[in-house]
Design a protein around this ligand. Structure first.
Ligand code: KG4
Ligand code: ZN
Length: 357
């Protein structure tokens, strides 16, 4: 089985072709970073226009790269949400049009499910597993029971982790997008213990029961350090130290929250080979990977982190979600609507109040 995947929910226009054995025949991502950089964040209308201009080129290139004709496909999968609605509509309508023209099944993919299923593409992880999803718009801990069957254990009550990375990096004067630049700056710091003393930061929610997160206070604490008089005098060394202290605070917070989730998961879980999976753009962060790897080792769980290219937004994960769904006969009619919000666990009522897109 061969699926074309299309992703346009944020600021990456992407198309990929994936086989049901997990072979990625092509995986193209066109980033709109340059268009959004001057604004310091993603501008939805600019994103939608850029998707519109490029999506057909990306699909053609993905087919060519894979050496596959439209007649060699078995289905079309496109992100139908959650995300910026203008962009979602463009990818979804492109996918529907190809499906209709070629008489192929259409699979409307939940972008979050695609992140959640990526470790099955890369590592053939068996259900159930524990997932930490950390991206620019989402911070969630879920039990992945099966395709379409998720239980939310915790989510952020304010900012998403990627958002906190990006906003804190901006405050530090680092380029957009902040996450990877902040990581690079932190790596320049050779004295982490001294950095923590120079720039003490909170560990929001640490020590509390449950698995929810909060990051807006951390961002504010970064701002207070930067605004400390005299303003505008942060030296390169100071930025490195602040970034290092920030990463340390994030890691400690995540380890604390994830440990609660691990205890809950292992307490109720019949799996003989329990796995902890990290996904989403922030999963590319090496300090985070190391901290979570140590945590999971302490609980005798395997730690799975897909390669960075498949952690950030891409279309291979959308095609793979299409493989998983089509294999189970879970296809969609062409009247499926685009959804700006689309929680993985609709039973988790409180998520509706706190979910960011
Ligand atoms: O999953 P993703 O590509 O797009 C969304 O669906 O949001 O995640 C993008 C987020 C951005 O906030 C970006 O700054 C963050 O992931 N990110 C990182 C790193 N690489 C990307 N954050 C921290 N460290 C990184 N190395
Ligand atoms: Zn994403």
């Amino acid at each position: 089985m061969r699926i074309l995947g299309i992703e346009t929910s944020c600021d990456e226009t992407a198309a990929a072709i994936v086989e049901d054995n997990g072979t990625i025949l092509s995986n193209l991502v066109l980033s709109q970073l340059d268009e959004h950089r001057v604004f310091g964040g993603v501008v939805p209308e600019i994103a939608a226009r850029a998707h519109l201009e490029n999506i057909h080129k990306l699909v053609e290139a993905a087919l060519e790269d894979a050496g596959v004709a439209l007649s060699g496909l078995d289905g079309i999968a496109a992100t139908c949400g959650p995300g910026l609605i203008g962009g979602v509509m463009i990818g979804m309508m492109t996918g529907k049009a190809i499906a209709a023209a070629c008489n192929l099944p259409f699979i409307g993919v939940n972008h979050l499910e695609a992140h959640a299923l990526t470790p099955r593409l890369t590592d053939k992880v068996a259900f159930p597993y524990l997932l930490l999803l950390v991206s620019g718009g989402h911070t969630q801990i879920l039990i992945v029971h099966d395709v379409g069957h998720y239980r939310l254990l915790g989510t952020t009550i304010d900012d998403a982790l990627g958002e906190c990375f990006d906003k804190s990096a901006k405050l530090m004067g680092l380029p957009y997008p902040g996450g990877p630049h902040l990581e690079k700056a932190a790596r320049q710091c050779l004295t982490p213990a001294a950095a923590r003393e120079q720039f003490p930061l909170p560990r929001p929610m640490k020590g509390r029961t449950g698995c929810d997160f909060s990051f807006s206070g951390l961002k504010t604490a970064v701002r207070l350090h930067i605004d400390r008089p005299p303003p505008g005098t942060l030296l390169m060394n100071d930025v490195a130290a602040l970034a290092c202290s920030f990463e340390n605070a994030v890691c400690e917070t995540l380890v604390d929250r994830c440990e609660n989730a691990i205890i809950q998961f292992l307490g109720n879980n019949e799996s003989q080979t329990p796995a902890f999976v990290i996904a989403g753009g922030v999963a590319a962060n090496n300090a985070l990977r190391t901290a979570l790897k140590d945590l999971t080792a302490r609980h005798h769980m395997s730690f799975i982190a897909p390669p960075a290219k498949l952690c950030s937004d891409n279309a291979a994960m959308i095609a793979w979600a299409g493989v998983e769904r089509l294999g189970r006969g879970m296809t969609d009619k062409l009247d499926i609507a685009a959804k700006p919000r689309w929680p993985l666990d609709p039973e988790a009522g409180y998520q509706k109040q706190v979910e960011t897109t």
